[in-house]
Design a protein around this ligand. Structure first.
Ligand SMILES: C[S@@+](CC[C@H](N)C(=O)[O-])C[C@H]1O[C@@H](n2cnc3c(N)ncnc32)[C@H](O)[C@@H]1O
Length: 310
């Protein structure tokens, strides 16, 4: 049973990655990143007894190799960037969810404030730990627009939340950007499935960041219904929720579905969805039916979406 579930999630992951890497190659030529991700999916499939059992080349891999040779020759490469991800542009006027007055005013105020926010301290912390891998050789948290950390701080100033919930602590950059401008007496509850003390190479948090009690980490997977309902009372008190999880095409949709099944009375409740322009996130963003605004030009290059929840 467990093995079957693992197999079907590996299949979904494989199809998504394969589709994404084909699109990457259509847009950007043969990408090292696409090849790396495909390789890791093949490795995962073989770990769970999928694909080529005999150590040779599977039919899927052969078909994939052929496509990879053909596609870049058919479509010229229009952009060269160190880190590229496949995406799609599409009309927005036929999206049933349009931005509200509240969202537009908050976004304008947040962008105005972000312009004056300095995050040199985060740059310094980041440069000490070093980038997690070669994908981010140029990452500087204070880069704005392009990175979203100054916008997150700007939104915190604009929303003035008593409680911020973050989903996806990661190395802690976003939590610290928000904490820096948090109103006195306000708190951040940050969720992850990995503890901040797990020893990740890209961690920037230290014990002293938690000393005043305004930053608390919870270990939970909020896409799972039982864990979501266990922590629902925390989410219900938040007026700003920042979702920066795995973007695997599954987690974020389940989280939003869980949220839709509950009631949120805080008004306005602003949900910030990271990476909305990534292939896996396009459909999830499009399906959001509450007032929403794509704020990518003032946020993260991979997409920043604002939702007025409820
Ligand atoms: C992109 S990182 C977050 C980066 C962080 N917000 C920042 O800007 O510094 C994504 C995080 O999501 C976490 N994650 C993965 N699956 C998760 C899940 N099911 N629930 C919560 N967090 C998850 C990963 O462990 C990882 O730390």
């Amino acid at each position: 049973m467990h093995r079957n579930r693992e197999r079907s999630s590996a299949l979904i992951e494989f199809i998504d990655t394969w589709r994404a890497s084909i699109a990457t190659e259509l847009c950007f030529g043969r990408s090292r990143e696409g090849r790396r991700r495909n390789l890791s999916i093949y490795q995962r499939c073989s770990q769970i007894g999928w694909g080529d059992e005999g150590g040779g080349v599977s039919t899927r891999e052969r078909a994939d190799r052929i496509l990879r040779k053909i596609l870049p020759r058919l479509v010229p490469n229009p952009v060269h960037a160190y880190y590229a991800e496949p995406s799609l542009v599409f009309s927005s006027e036929d999206d049933r969810a349009q931005p509200s007055e509240t969202l537009i005013s908050l976004a304008l105020e947040a962008a105005r404030v972000s312009k004056g926010i300095a995050l040199d301290d985060l740059d310094a912390r980041w440069s000490k730990t070093g980038p997690p891998n070669k994908r981010h050789p140029y990452l500087r948290p204070s880069c704005w627009p392009g990175e979203h950390y100054r916008l997150l701080a700007g939104l915190t100033v604009a929303v003035q939340p008593q409680l911020v919930v973050e989903i996806g602590t990661g190395g802690g950059l976003s939590a610290l950007a928000i904490k820096k401008v948090l109103p006195i007496g306000s708190r951040i509850a940050t969720f992850d499935v990995v503890g901040w003390q797990a020893g990740r190479s890209f961690n920037v948090l230290t014990g002293s960041d938690f000393e005043d009690g305004s930053l608390v980490q919870y270990l939970a997977d909020l896409s799972k219904q039982e864990e979501f309902y266990e922590h629902l009372s925390i989410l219900q008190r938040a007026s700003m929720i920042f979702v920066d999880g795995p973007k695997d095409g599954i987690f974020e949709q389940r989280l939003l579905d869980n949220m839709r099944s509950a009631s949120f009375d805080t008004k306005p409740m602003i949900l910030i969805l990271d990476d909305i322009r990534l292939w896996n996130m396009l459909g999830i963003w499009r399906k959001v039916s509450f007032p929403k605004l794509d704020l990518t030009s003032f946020g993260h290059w991979s997409g920043t979406g604002l939702i007025e929840w409820g």
